[in-house]
Design a binder for this molecule. Structure first.
Ligand code: WT7
Length: 649
């Protein structure tokens, strides 16, 4: 995917060097200060937030396994909703906060900061009316409608902790997430809409709640005309309650380290973990990175195409932009509905200036041909961004050439759910670009490379990507399982945060992220643990054993390849294959749909019974002549069969 030498270097366009908030010289100075004197750097940056009580403490961090704690701005008091809404009033009362564009192109609306203030206060009072209290966990399972932002901000306003679950997840996945954080409240909609199809959100919640107890109230936003079953005493329509509550709703003063949200993400083992972000540090990081990475100024139209169900939606649709008083566009639909030019049509319709999307979308749209793009002027665009997975230089170049007409810098932002916001990324007025490279670290970020033994690699090298020091947006713990937090991120290389990614640092000090080095796969920018798919498969009554690996996929980045051994009396056939595919979709959600299922009489194992995933990965990747050492296999014959029956996906 990446080149060893980088022939292309795209210098900062002159007009960007002139107008940008951060030019090359400022970047160097500020970066140095952020690393050499973090106290001074953050004492200045924290002023971007309105504090009820300004912090005097900057950070108190230990990454030692025996005493792991991460605290930023700990004696500060603030409210995140106040910072995203109230503080922009009255000056920006009539400025547009959210542009909503529906799945149906004839549906859109604009919400000003003044209206947002009303809607969020109303929503917060509805939550209070239901019985939601400070510290309660509220599960949000909503489509991309403005109410999703209202719901998140309303939680923040009253000090409740939201846990947004992506609308593409199954009832089982919702149930698991509700159970893990013992959430008593769920906010959903009757239905979602995507690409002209409806999604039975309320029905999914009902099914989830058959499996988990303890939920006291379900609030249902009326989005489509569909009527849905309402469980009396538990379920209420949002609009019914909203009609009877007040507008007045004060912001709850929160300690900087009070939780703001939980967001579940997949790891290399076990169930998804509840990544916990707290209030002060996260908001400083979200606001700072949104401003600098996108060189954002109030009044500009900014569009991040992510879903609020992922961290990108949290930080770069809701919290970052709104903290900065931005106009943020929320799109309910998909890039190819009703036509393959939907993105470009929306850009022209709303005069989008900053556009942030994922490599998988870029590759899919590139494949549909340039004509769909060129049909629209895109002249409002001035900056392009990408996130979620490595972007191959060819896709980068198409984005730059065709979408941006070689005018718009492309910022390839590397980060993770765990990091709260972008950590390695170009700044458009400061960084000369290399197609395919996330380039240089954000302020306060000290990446490095280690080999398998934890030895630091010097100069141009490839290895495992670690971070040496904390930053305000770092996750604080795995909700309810601090030990898992320590084990996952701080035990592989003591004293360092291990990202799970592999990377290369080139001779200019630019970073090239090469992808996960653990058992996490990234399918169309959606993160999945191979262990989750395996556990779904082995739960099927006909399956004895399963091993799941990722393989390179032209559009999705990675695809899901499953090796399945069936029970003795079972004859595997195409029907079973289809059944298993549906089974996994039902268990996790459509994003986990296997691309290939290969039935195997046995899986390659060591003599101690450990599955040799390396071999399975090679076969799935099609690297058949390069399987590596197979002499430690208990039964080398197993590999012959795997090779003979390989599926091309
Ligand atoms: C993993 C994190 C960041 C928000 C969306 C995904 C991969 C993310 C890039 C990029 C190469 C990237 C990494 C990372 N990733 N951005 N610009 N270049 N890889 O968040 O679901 O927590 O996934 O996505 O592998 O570890 P996530």
């Amino acid at each position: 995917m990446t080149h060893d030498t980088s022939p292309t270097l795209i210098p900062v366009p002159a007009e960007w060097a002139r107008r940008a908030k951060i030019d090359a010289e400022t970047y160097t100075l500020k970066y140095r200060q952020s690393v050499d004197d973090p106290h001074a750097f953050w004492a200045e940056e924290l002023k971007r937030i309105d504090w009820i009580k300004a912090p005097t403490e900057i950070s108190d961090v230990s990454w030692s396994k025996d005493d792991l704690h991460i605290r930023w701005f700990a004696d500060g008091v603030l409210n995140a909703c106040y910072n995203c809404v109230d503080r922009h009033l009255p000056a920006r009362q009539n400025d547009v906060a959210i542009i909503w564009e529906g799945d149906d192109p004839s549906m859109d609306r604009k919400v000003t900061y003044g209206q947002l203030h009303d809607e969020v206060r109303r929503f917060a009072n509805v939550l209070k009316d239901m019985g939601v209290k400070k510290g309660d966990r509220v599960t949000i399972y909503l489509p991309m409608i403005v109410e999703a932002a209202y719901a998140m901000l309303a939680c923040a306003r009253i000090g409740a902790v939201h846990s947004v679950v992506f609308g593409g997840f199954s009832p089982d996945s919702i149930a698991g997430r509700i159970e893990d954080c013992r959430s008593e409240w769920v906010i959903t909609a009757n239905e979602g809409l995507r690409g002209g199809k409806t999604i039975a959100l309320k029905h999914n919640v009902d099914k989830a709640l058959e499996k988990v107890s303890g939920v006291k109230g379900v609030l249902v936003v009326r989005h489509t005309r569909a009527s849905v079953a309402m469980n009396v005493g538990r379920d209420q329509w949002y609009d019914n309650v909203a009609a009877r509550v007040d507008l007045e709703c004060p912001c709850e003063p929160m300690q900087a380290e009070d939780p703001l949200f939980i967001l579940y993400t997949s790891g290399s083992t076990g169930k998804p973990k509840g990544v916990l972000h707290t209030t002060g540090g996260y908001l400083v990081w979200a606001s700072m990175t949104h401003e600098y990475v996108f060189d954002y100024r109030p009044g500009e139209i900014y569009w991040c195409t992510a879903d609020v169900g992922w961290v990108t939606g949290h930080t770069y649709i809701v919290y970052g932009p709104l903290a900065n008083g931005a106009t943020t566009l929320m799109f309910e639909g998909i890039p190819t509905y009703p036509g393959p030019d939907r993105f470009w049509q929306i850009i022209d319709k709303h005069k989008v200036e900053i556009f942030y999307t994922a490599p998988t979308a870029i590759r899919a749209l590139e494949r549909l041909g340039d004509a769909h793009v060129k049909k629209h002027s895109r002249k409002s665009l001035r900056l392009l961004g990408t996130v979620g997975e490595p972007i191959n230089p060819a896709a980068w170049t198409w984005y730059w050439d065709v979408v941006g007409d070689r005018r718009c810098p492309v910022v390839d932002t590397w980060w993770q759910t765990e990091t709260g916001g972008a950590l390695i990324t170009p700044l458009p007025g400061a960084t000369d670009l290399k197609p395919g490279s996330a380039s240089t670290p954000m302020f306060g970020i000290q990446p490095d490379l280690v080999d398998a033994d934890g030895k630091f690699l010097k100069g141009a090298a490839s290895g495992n990507l670690v971070l040496k020091t904390s930053w305000p947006g770092q996750m604080r713990t795995v909700y309810g399982d601090h030990q898992r937090f320590i084990d996952t991120y701080f035990s592989t290389y003591p004293g360092l945060y291990f990202t799970g990614d592999g990377a290369r640092r080139d001779a200019d000090g630019y970073w090239w992220i090469t992808g996960r080095v653990d058992d996490v796969i990234n399918v169309s920018g959606h993160r999945l643990g191979t262990a989750e798919v395996e556990s779904a498969l082995v739960a099927h009554p006909k399956v004895a054993e399963a091993a799941v690996v990722g393989f390179p996929h032209d559009i999705k980045g990675q695809g899901i390849y499953c090796y399945v051994t069936v029970n003795q009396d079972v004859e595997p056939d195409e029907m079973l294959e289809a059944e298993l595919r549906q089974w996994v979709r039902d268990d996790i959600g459509p994003i986990a749909s296997p691309d290939a299922i290969q039935f195997a009489p046995a899986l390659p194992k060591t003599r101690s019974g450990k599955i040799m995933r390396r071999i399975l990965r090679k076969i799935a990747e099609g690297e058949l002549n390069n399987l590596g050492d197979t002499t430690t296999l208990a039964d080398p014959g197993v590999v012959e069969d795997l090779l003979a029956n390989r599926k091309s996906a």
